[in-house]
Design a protein around this ligand. Structure first.
Ligand code: B12
Ligand code: SF4
Length: 499
């Protein structure tokens, strides 16, 4: 078989019978289990009738990848983000060596936003740009890569990926194709201020967001046109999670869950009529939100909403094309408090045009809106976003390694503030919110669950991190990681015992 630049010739891809028969889909994860890989679960569902497909989710420190090797796939599909690319490279290298006869396909937002660079770095057999379902179905069916819409191979003609315009035509996520799905079903779950023994699996009801925030790259994958599953299609997924796994809480990770009021009304009404009581959280935009919507969502089981506030300064909101006003932010937080939803606000540090005056405006806004929780992120220019173009043109980027969570924990752009100033600003914001961020968890139910879930390994992780960093927040994070790992391993053991 000819090998060009480490890439096997595409005409000979696939097994002798024409298509791929054993497909390993690999999720690239660089931290303890948080959220199930929705994309891979859907991809697996699309090909499960034509191939033996298994989703693997190796731990970040798994260097052997023995389970994947033992499966002996003829096609390995690896999905990743820009931030997790370094680990994807490692997985690709190990599996290439250990599975010399397998073909390698890359996909996800990482390859989508930088196809040329990704190809250059990995030298896979092919990669898919954009939504992967239709392309993967065709690849598996034919055993070929070349000529399929969405498949990118340098030097060959590229056609845009075909997508499912009607999301109800997508099969439900193939949970049974992921042997350790159980490991996501562990406390505390992803709804702030709450504790769920079985975690909070993630559900996407829509694809696409019509807005244009400069730091976002969502449109490169899903476009700005919103497509949404019908209420019945979503409820079928929730019912399955409830009946099969005893799930009573989920998190909707849609870019903007409240983007279509009528759909939301129908969904909330339908949820109230279900035989179980679902607790849920989601991400919303303030310009689409009011107290009626809040009350309707609360009545249907929503307890917490995440809101990208970004800044208390009209100038900064305008600079990042947020298309929201400070007044709308204030009104939405008041509406959340009035309707009994705990609002979590996320804010950005180091934006274009941001001055010390704007930082003070953000602090003043924090005092007025009283978020139940708040997180503060340094602005990161993800490739493909408008911000990235701006940052390159203006030479704002001082660190472009994109490696792991480190990038989230350190400033990487120098616009109006120095790196040290950004660190100071973020620290000041966190300090302001320290009590609120912690007190959100002070409910008898959460405290009881925390107390009864403690194990020595968690205390050891807390202490080790605290001694290293002298930072209580980092130590708490280490504690939660250890907790997740402990209960995920326990859930995995339980699952393996099941007949
Ligand atoms: C859920 C989510 C998460 C979850 C991850 C869940 C998981 N296990 O995947 C959590 C909360 C952990 C997370 C964290 C982060 N996230 Co996030 N996240 C999302 C979100 C909201 C939805 C992802 C999703 O499930 N989409 C639905 C499925 C159907 O789409 P998909 O996963 O992309 O899969 C499709 C294609 O990509 C493709 N595909 C995927 N894999 C493969 C593999 C093969 C072989 C093929 C052929 C195709 C293929 O086909 C799939 C089906 O069409 C997106 C925004 C968005 N709208 O997508 C941001 C997004 C992916 N996240 C983003 C970022 C930046 C982050 C963080 C860095 C944020 C931070 N500041 O910490 C962290 C880093 C994570 C880490 N440390 O590993 C950026 C990524 C930008 C980039 N260039 O990489 C996005 C696009 C948001 C944005 N505003 O720009 N995230
Ligand atoms: S950040 Fe959120 S609201 Fe803004 S464009 Fe991206 S998905 Fe849409």
């Amino acid at each position: 078989m000819a090998v060009m630049n480490g890439q096997k010739e595409t005409e000979e891809a696939g097994s002798a019978a024409g298509g791929f028969r054993r497909v390993a889909l690999v999720n690239v994860r660089i931290e303890s289990r948080q959220r199930s890989p929705v994309g891979l679960l859907t991809l697996a569902a699309c090909i499960q009738n034509s191939a033996d497909v298994v989703i693997f989710d190796p731990d970040p420190d798994d260097r052997q990848l023995a389970e994947i090797v033992a499966f002996q796939p003829d096609l390995v599909g690896i999905g990743f983000m820009t931030q997790t690319r370094f680990r994807a490279l490692e997985i690709h290298k190990v599996l290439r060596e250990k599975l010399p006869n397998a073909r390698f396909l890359l996909g996800g937002v990482g390859p989508t936003v930088e196809p040329d660079k990704t190809f250059e770095l990995f030298r896979p057999d092919a990669l898919v740009v954009g939504e992967g379902e239709k392309a993967l179905m065709e690849i598996v069916r034919t055993g070929q890569f070349a000529g399929i819409p969405g498949v990118f191979i340098p030097g060959q003609p590229f056609r845009e990926a075909e997508v499912f315009w009607n999301l109800d035509e997508l099969p439900q996520p193939a949970i049974d194709r992921m042997p350790d799905f159980y490991r996501y079903l562990c406390p505390p779950g992803g709804i702030r201020g709450k504790w769920f023994k079985s975690g909070t699996p993630m559900i996407m009801t829509s694809r696409g967001c019509p807005y244009r925030c400069t730091f976002c790259s969502s449109h490169l994958m899903f476009s700005r046109k919103v497509r949404r599953r019908s209420v019945g299609h979503v409820l079928a997924e929730i019912r399955h999670l409830h009946d099969e796994f005893g799930i009573d809480a989920v998190y909707f990770f849609d870019d903007t869950f409240n983007v279509q009021r009528e759909w939301l009304q129908e969904f909330c009404r339908a949820l109230e009529n279900e035989p179980y009581r679902l607790t849920w959280g989601c991400q919303i935009r303030v310009n689409l939100f009011d107290v009626e919507m809040g009350r309707m969502m609360r009545k249907a089981g929503c307890v917490q909403v995440d809101i990208g506030v970004e800044s208390g300064s009209p100038r900064v909101l305008k600079a990042v094309h947020k298309d929201e006003t400070v007044e709308q932010i204030e009104k939405a937080f008041a509406a959340c408090h009035a309707s009994g939803l705990a609002p979590m606000g996320t804010f950005l540090v180091g934006c274009p045009e941001e001055t010390w005056e704007d930082v003070e405006l953000t602090k003043a806004l924090l005092r007025r809106i009283k978020p139940s929780f708040a997180e503060f992120f340094y602005l990161i220019p993800y490739p493909g976003s408008d911000l990235y173009e701006q940052a390159v043109a203006n030479r704002w980027i001082v660190d472009d390694s994109y490696e792991g969570r480190g990038m989230v924990d350190r400033p990487v752009l120098k616009i109006n503030f120095t790196l040290d100033e950004q660190i100071r600003i973020r620290r000041e914001y966190f300090k302001m919110m320290a009590f609120r961020n912690l007190s959100g968890y002070f409910s008898p139910a959460v405290l009881w669950n925390v107390a009864t879930s403690v194990r020595p390994c968690m205390l050891a992780a807390f202490w080790k991190e605290f001694r290293k960093t002298r930072n209580i927040r980092d130590a708490m994070q280490a504690y939660v990681h250890a907790l997740r790992n402990y209960y995920a391993a326990a859930a995995g053991k339980k699952a393996r015992k099941k007949p």
